[in-house]
Design a protein around this ligand. Structure first.
Ligand code: NAD
Length: 736
């Protein structure tokens, strides 16, 4: 028999080598077709008396990324349709559907012939669950091998036997840690956890896997043997009595109860280890069916997987413009941002000219790149040679003539209109025709800066976030006259440096910073009301934000807020800034010299390491304090999320953000907006626009007009619309 996604070669010893190599994909994923073929392969190899055992490996550099999440997304739509037709049976159908992969793996495990998984590269999720169902697992020692059950990161959990097999192989604590964090294991760590049997050199992989079968590998899983005991003795042991009462508390500390899938993992393991294996699988299937019906799973898969992938692949790239090849990128301004932008550009293999006012300043930028490369080499992320090659691509200079053959220039000089104007003119004097000019400004509208350019259609904003080498998001800003080719080149560049772009129209603060300013401003309001600072920071964490608003303000600098307020007053008039906020920031900066982390003093104190930062005790003397028991923590959480989501909805209403995927992905990658919600607009859609409007009105009545729902929201609530319905990104593409 022949298969589309697999080849089978049986050798003289009767060992069938099944190679998974999907023809139209760069990475193997589990689809319905793959499951059908795998089932046929199990039947074929069982029926063929000449086959003694099976080795499964991949024909690609990775083993597999796991289940095709688009398949899971389609299960959501199916479920919605079924629910509308026949609610009583919809869940039953979903239950049957979710059991397919698990049943297939159980069939493999009990087929009577030994199977060995030869893990040659990244092996994730459903693919590692497939490997766990094999009787033997051999992993390559190559650095590229990463093993993980990362489902929790997109709001689901390992639902094809993972929650049952891992804790029957590894000790319970490690198993829980692996699955609730979704973090990756190296091959060596997987072996130490007893999740793989052998780790061998890449060229030894398939021979070693075959040898396991020749050595008489039993086609029986440990849990199917009589007298099987769970590692550590199971639930009813003194060690478990220590672990289990603490486990939900630890999870709550890590997730604040916001991630139902993480809790479901605990339940699957706790309940599953007390029953026979097949009953454990049923328990897992029930929880999986439940989790698939949660808003969190739906929103997280949509934003963190589907939308992120679509934006990364250029969902917003104008069609019909040839893909750009970057022979040289110029970066002007070798300071804090420019140096790191040079680094990530060279890391993508693109030659970079790094320009500053003089050679010394340019060299200083390059030395920052040397530090970054050195760090990557010492952490083993780059080999010494790769580090050297990367650095050789960066040429520091003060001579603008070096830009005469650049395809793209990114300006990252001081945030000063006059300096930027002078630099634009100097660059354009040497830049070849057709080259694109991008500004990394964080606050100055692009349309205004483009007035300094001879070619405003070739002028665009490419806004990076700090630290550039870690932050995955780049905000691409269209000025009024920015042309399609500039957008295409900017998106090709962002793709080349492997970051995720969002494309937004021009406005003060663009999208991300507008939202971030609202978050910080709400914390100012809380401080002014006398809410204890620790409650503000804790409420933010409990709401799912990675960093509290006061801590975030310290990171970006309190004096920057002060400068921005002053600039807004100068540009837009005194009514543009709340005088109480101005007063708070002025007190911090001018009276107290508390500029943020950079001065070791902000809303927090930053004592020398190893001491940890702590909230500045003087904060409670700035405003009369409320008693903690009089402050409602749930309301604080709502205020922090609602104020951001409202701002996001305003950017949609103003036509700044035009695609809900960008608002959502931008909010999670840009400032970590409560990922379990799926992002700012999914947060609103998830609770329903009507419920959000009601919440806004309640908050507006108590805390002020800034919470008043906008006309767009009121209209959507009246019509029962969602953001993804009203601003359907796929409908627009189809219409284009
Ligand atoms: P920086 O002060 O660290 O670096 C600016 C660099 O520009 C300096 O090395 C300076 O010598 C150089 N420079 C100044 N005038 C020049 C000229 N005429 N010709 C050549 N070089 C010149 O500032 P930064 O934090 O890197 O910010 C740079 C830009 O990036 C600003 O527009 C800022 O708004 C934006 N930005 C900053 C951040 C951030 O977190 N710092 C984030 C996003 C965007």
């Amino acid at each position: 028999m022949t298969y589309k996604n697999f080849t089978i070669e049986t050798d003289a010893d009767g060992i069938a080598l099944v190679t998974w190599d999907m023809p139209d994909k760069s990475m193997n994923v589990i689809t319905v077709e793959v499951m059908n073929e795998l089932e046929a392969i199990i039947d074929q190899t069982v029926a063929d008396a000449a086959v003694k055992g099976v080795v499964i490996t991949s024909g690609k550099s990775s083993f597999s990324g796991g289940a095709d999440l688009s398949m899971i997304k389609s299960m959501f739509s199916l479920q919605q349709e079924e629910k509308a037709k026949d609610p009583a049976h919809a869940v039953e159908k979903l239950f049957a559907l979710t059991g397919r992969m698990s049943a297939l793996y159980r069939k493999l495990e009990t087929c009577g012939k030994p199977w060995v998984s030869a893990i040659n590269g990244t092996c994730m999720g459903g693919a590692f669950e497939l490997s766990l169902a094999c009787h033997g697992r051999v992993a390559s020692s190559a650095k590229s091998v990463k093993i993980a059950l990362p489902e929790v990161k997109v709001g689901i959990f390992p639902g094809a036997g993972g929650t049952q097999r891992v804790p029957r192989l590894a000790n319970t604590q490690d198993a829980l840690q692996m699955m609730t964090s979704g973090s990756s294991l190296t091959a060596a760590r997987a072996k130490a956890m007893n999740l793989v049997h052998q780790v061998v050199a890449p060229e030894e992989l398939v021979p070693a896997a075959k040898q396991m079968i020749k050595d008489g590998l039993k086609p029986v899983a440990p849990w199917d043997e009589k007298g099987f005991k769970v590692p550590g003795g199971g639930i009813w042991t003194p060690a478990s009595a220590q672990l289990w009462p603490a486990a939900p508390a630890i999870l709550r500390r890590e997730t604040a109860g916001n991630y139902p899938a993480a809790l479901a993992i605990l339940k699957c393991v706790y309940e599953g280890l007390q029953v026979p294996f097949d009953t454990g699988l049923k328990i897992e299937q029930r929880y999986f069916t439940y989790i698939l019906q949660t808003t969190e799973a739906f929103s997280m898969i949509r934003s963190l997987f589907i939308s992120m992938q679509e934006l990364g692949k250029g969902a917003r790239r104008p069609a019909g413009i040839p893909k750009s090849e970057f022979k040289k990128v110029g970066i002007v301004g070798a300071g804090f941002m420019g140096a790191s932008i040079a680094y990530v550009t060279a890391a993508a293999g693109i030659p970079v000219v790094l320009i500053d006012r003089d050679q010394e300043a340019a060299d200083k930028g390059k030395s920052v790149c040397e530090g970054l490369a050195g760090g990557s080499v010492s952490k083993g992320r780059l080999s010494k040679e790769e580090g050297e090659k990367l650095l050789s691509l960066i040429s520091p200079t003060a001579d603008y003539a070096a830009l005469s053959d650049a395809d793209l220039v990114i300006e990252a000089v001081f945030e000063d209109r006059d300096v930027k104007k002078a630099v634009t003119e100097k660059v354009e004097a040497v830049l070849p025709e057709g080259a694109i000019f991008a500004s990394n400004t964080s606050t100055l509208p692009i349309t205004g800066l483009a007035k300094n350019s001879k070619h405003p259609d070739q002028f665009i904003g490419v806004h990076f976030f700090s630290p550039v080498e870690k932050m995955m998001l780049t905000e691409v800003i269209l000025g009024k006259e920015t042309g399609d080719r500039a957008l295409a080149v900017a998106l090709d560049y962002v793709a080349a440096i492997r970051k995720t772009p969002i494309v937004v129209n021009d406005t003060r603060g663009f999208y991300v910073n507008r939202c971030v300013f609202r978050y910080i401003a709400e914390a100012y309001d809380m401080l002014i009301e006398g809410v204890p600072a620790a409650m503000i920071e804790n409420a933010a964490k409990m709401a799912g934000m990675p960093v509290g608003p006061l801590s975030l303000n310290d990171e970006v600098a309190v004096d920057l807020s002060y400068k921005i307020f002053k600039a807004s007053i100068a540009d837009l008039g005194p009514q543009s800034v709340d005088p109480r906020h101005m007063d708070l920031v002025a007190k911090m900066v001018e009276n107290e010299g508390r500029l943020g982390r950079k001065s070791q003093k902000g809303f927090y104190d930053y004592p020398a390491k190893p001491a940890k930062k702590r909230l500045w005790s003087g904060l409670k003397h700035l405003y009369p304090q409320q008693r903690p028991e009089n402050v409602d923590i749930a309301t604080l959480k709502d205020r922090l999320l609602v104020t951001i989501a409202l701002e996001a909805s305003r950017t949609v209403e103003e036509g700044i953000v035009t695609d809900p995927r960008e608002a959502d992905v931008g909010s999670i990658l840009g400032f970590g907006f409560a990922p379990y919600t799926g992002g700012t607009l999914s947060y609103i859609d998830g609770m329903g626009v009507k419920a959000f409007v009601d919440l806004c009105e309640t908050l507006a009545a108590e805390f002020g007009d800034r919470f008043k729902p906008t006309p767009l929201l009121l209209d959507m609530a009246a019509k029962g619309e969602t953001f993804y319905g009203r601003f359907d990104p796929y409908a627009r593409k189809a219409a284009a």
